[in-house]
Design a protein around this ligand. Sequence first.
Ligand code: PMT
Length: 403
Amino acid sequence: MSVISGKKILLGVTAGIAAYKTAFLVRLFIKAGAQVKVVMTPAAKEFVTPLTLSTLSKNEVISSFTKEEDHSNQWNNHVELGLWADLMLIAPATANTLSKMAKGHSDNFLLATYLSSKCPVYFAPAMDLDMHRHPSTRENFDTLTSFGNIMIPATSGELASGLSGEGRMAEPDDILKFIEDHLAKSLPLRNKKVLITAGPTYEAIDPVRFIGNHSSGKMGFELAAAARALGAEVILISGPTHLQNPNEEIKLIRVQSAVDMFEAATKFFPEVDIAIASAAVSDYRPKLSATQKIKKSAETMMLELVKNPDILANLGETKKHQILVGFALETENEEENAAGKLQRKNLDFIVLNSLNDSGAGFKSETNKIKILFKDGKTKSFQLKSKTEVARDILNEIILLSNE
Ligand code: PMT
């Protein structure tokens, strides 16, 4: 599966003969699972039609600051588009556009979008060989790369002028490969396998009733999505939840009970590099689960419970090279209890969330965490969305794995 799968790519097309190749490029990006939007300079429309690129990208193609078709006088929002993109590619990038980019001009929609973008910007020069070797063009390449833009070098070969030499835009297949390789290299969890437990467990009393808890699975699913986005291969073991798999590249194993979760987690643990236990696992289960629905009879009813296996403690006992992270959901003596679990379960760090903090813990879209490390250090975080909390936790793991 390509690393650009799920990425939002903004393709900027400028006025060079190689613009016709962008039709193939858009197809390749879409086939690799990316979302594509196209912006063009007005002159680029002489080389490839917006209709072709909008049909292939399944998105409107923008080439001016206003919505031309309906004469609505509405602005096309270059800032929004710049922020939408995970990466921008300018291909073909003509000498004229590169020069304007180097100087910060914004006299067309493509340039304004480039200046507004916060994502990595790749550019694939395409021009005749003398233009390509001109000192001003060379200087523009240097300036643009010094800004952090990434050049996909032109190749040598037959040029539109009939001359032969350096200046041909890289072929679409090679552009795709260049971007994939570049992205893969910069992902901090590439080549890492991560196991995550999430959600509640349901401990059956009879075929219709169970002992469970309020975990929605959200925290664990956000961790899985963030780990995948950072390049990891992710195995997500989840108790019952309504959440969908956030990324089809994540191996999602749905389980019901603590025993099911224990079996799945201990099976995969030896092959992973990192394990994060965010599941709210039931500590006890009914000793006997009735095969038929229990009928109402006496005024009171005793339910005998037996202890469930402690999944995380077991992983802690068997851990070798793995970084092991647990959660602690507390209601009192928070730090003391969390520190005890950190030590007993042999963790690298534990993520404390307290039900005494509003917006933290179960169900909500937010969480407020404090991390306790095994060397005694702690780190407190503000109330944030669970998406951001997941990134914070993974950043700490990345720092640990680089030590
Ligand atoms: O799912 P959400 O609605 O987004 O809510 C997220 C959350 C509140 C469930 C999550 O942030 C969280 O705190 N998860 C851990 C909840 C919990 O059960 O904590 P605990 O203190 O009881 O357990 C300590 C650690 O041991 C946890 O990592 C837990 O996964 C693990 N454990 C506990 C018992 C057991 N039998 N096996 C385990 O692996």
